[in-house]
Write a protein that binds this ligand. Structure first.
Ligand code: SAH
Length: 395
C-alpha cells in the first residue's frame, strides 16, 4: 500500500478523527497512487495514522476512512458502512408518515462523497469523490440487497466532480426508469418528485422537521412561502389550516410541480397564489402594494458557498430579512434559514439583529432550527452542519 507522509505539525486534526487532509499538509507521497486509491497516512516519525483514499487533483487530497491499522478496508468494510447508515434511518421511515429521506450523508456517515436519497421505492445517488466512484458497483449491490429498490438513479451531475477530475454521470443505474414524478409522503403530505430533473437530488428533505414546526403556527394565518421550490412549507401550512398561502420561486418547474402537489393533496387552489419571480423583487413589490402577511418563510439557496463569500452573503441575508420584516404584521412570524455551511448560528443571529435594526423592528428568537436526524453532524466533522434557521417574532 502506498504511503503518504504528513507534514510535521499537521497531526492534530487527524488525531481528532477529522476526515480531511488538505494537499498543503502532505509532505510527500511514496509512489504514484491512482485517483481514489486507498493509501496509508504516516506521520513525520514514520508511525501509522489512518487509511484514506487519495486524489491528486483535489484540494482535499486525502479523505480518511479508518484510524485503526488492523482494520482492512475491503468490500465487507464498505458494505457495513452502507448498512449501518441505512439502518440508522429506520426510525424516520417506520413511523409510517414519511417514505423519503437521506439514507447516506457523505462524511457524516463515514462515506466521504456519497449521498443517497430515498424517494418511496426509488433511490437517487450522487458520487462526488473518486474513492467512492471506484467502489460504485459494491455500493449499488449493497443498496439493492438491503432495500430492493424499484430503481437507482445516478444524479452525479454536480460540477464539484471536476475537482476530483471526474466527468458528470447521469442516468439509470439499476432497475427501471422511474416515472417522471415519483409520489412520496413526508409528514403525511404527498409530493411528486422529479428525480431526474429536480434540483439537488429532487427534493429538500432536510427541511422535513422544520416544515411541520412552522406549520404548527399557521392555523388561520396568511402565509408567504419564499423560495418555495415544490411547496414543502406551503403544503405543511395548508395541512394545518392556514387561511391562505402565497408561494414565490424563480423556477418554472418548481412552481408547476408545486401546483400539482397542491392538487395531489386536495388543498383548495382558491386560497393559494403562486408567483414565479425573484424573491427580492417580489418582496419590494408587496411593500409597494402595502400587502402584509402573518407568517413569512425565507428558505434561500446557499448564499455563501465558502468562507471567502461570507461577507457578501451576510449582506444578502440581511437585506432579504429586512425586506421580509417590513411586510410582516406586528407580532408576525419570520421563519428564516441559511443552508450555507460557512455561516454559523451566532453570525446568523447577528445578521437578523442588524436586519431588525434597519427595519426599525424588535425581534424575539422563539425557536432555533437545525438539520434533521437523517443529516447527522459528526462531532469530528463540524463541516457537516450546514442548515440553520430562526423562528422570529417581529414586533
Ligand atoms: N423551501 C423549499 C426549498 C428551497 S430551495 C422546500 O421546502 O422544498 C431554494 C429555492 O429557491 C429553489 O427552488 C430555487 O428555484 C429558488 N430560488 C433561487 N434563487 C431565487 C430567487 N432569487 N428568487 C426566487 N426563487 C429563487
Amino acid at each position: 500500500m502506498i504511503h503518504v507522509i504528513l507534514k510535521k505539525g499537521k497531526e492534530k486534526a487527524v488525531l481528532h478523527k477529522h476526515p480531511w487532509v488538505f494537499s498543503g499538509a502532505i509532505d510527500s507521497v511514496k509512489g504514484k497512487p491512482a485517483n481514489g486509491e486507498i493509501v496509508k497516512l504516516i506521520d513525520a516519525k514514520g508511525a501509522f495514522m489512518a487509511y484514506g483514499f487519495y486524489n491528486a487533483q483535489s484540494r482535499v487530497a486525502l479523505r480518511l476512512l479508518e484510524w485503526n491499522e488492523d482494520v482492512i478496508i475491503d468490500e465487507t468494510w464498505w458494505r457495513k458502512k452502507v448498512a449501518v447508515a441505512v439502518a440508522a434511518r429506520s426510525a424516520i421511515l417506520e413511523a409510517g408518515k414519511t417514505d423519503t429521506c437521506r439514507l447516506i450523508f457523505s462524511e457524516s456517515d463515514y462515506l466521504p462523497g456519497l449521498i443517497v436519497d430515498k424517494y418511496a421505492h426509488h433511490l437517487s445517488l450522487q458520487i462526488l469523490t473518486s474513492g467512492i466512484e471506484n467502489i460504485k458497483p459494491v455500493i449499488i449491490d449493497e443498496l439493492q440487497k438491503l432495500l430492493n429498490p424499484a430503481s437507482i438513479f445516478d444524479r452525479s451531475d454536480a460540477s464539484s466532480r471536476e475537482h476530483e477530475g471526474m466527468a458528470p454521470s447521469f442516468g439509470i443505474l439499476a432497475g427501471s426508469q422511474p416515472p417522471e414524478l415519483v409520489e412520496v409522503v413526508e409528514n403525511g403530505i404527498k409530493y411528486g418528485i422529479n428525480i431526474a430533473e429536480g434540483q439537488k437530488s429532487g427534493f429538500y428533505c432536510d427541511q422535513r422537521d422544520n416544515r411541520s414546526i412552522v406549520a404548527s403556527y399557521a392555523k388561520g394565518k396568511r402565509v408567504l412561502d419564499c423560495f418555495s421550490y415544490t411547496g414543502g412549507f406551503t403544503l405543511n401550512a395548508f395541512s394545518q389550516s392556514a387561511r391562505s398561502v402565497t408561494s414565490v420561486d424563480s423556477s418554472d418547474l418548481a412552481i408547476e410541480t408545486l401546483k400539482s402537489n397542491l392538487a395531489l393533496n386536495g388543498f383548495a387552489a382558491a386560497e393559494h397564489r403562486a408567483i414565479r419571480s425573484d424573491v427580492n423583487k417580489q418582496l419590494r413589490q408587496f411593500r409597494e402594494d402595502e400587502e402584509t402577511f402573518d407568517i413569512i418563510i425565507l428558505d434561500p439557496p446557499k448564499y455563501a458557498p465558502s468562507r471567502s463569500a461570507l461577507d457578501r452573503a451576510a449582506r444578502a441575508y440581511k437585506d432579504l430579512n429586512r425586506l421580509a420584516m417590513l411586510i410582516l404584521e406586528p407580532g408576525g412570524l419570520l421563519a428564516t434559514y441559511s443552508c450555507s455551511g460557512a455561516m454559523d448560528m451566532t453570525t446568523f443571529k447577528q445578521i437578523l439583529a442588524w436586519a431588525a435594526l434597519d427595519a426599525g423592528k424588535e425581534v424575539q428568537f422563539i425557536h432555533q432550527f437545525c438539520q434533521p436526524a437523517d443529516h447527522p453532524v459528526r462531532a469530528s466533522f463540524p463541516e457537516g452542519e450546514y442548515l440553520k434557521g430562526l423562528l422570529c417574532r417581529v414586533l
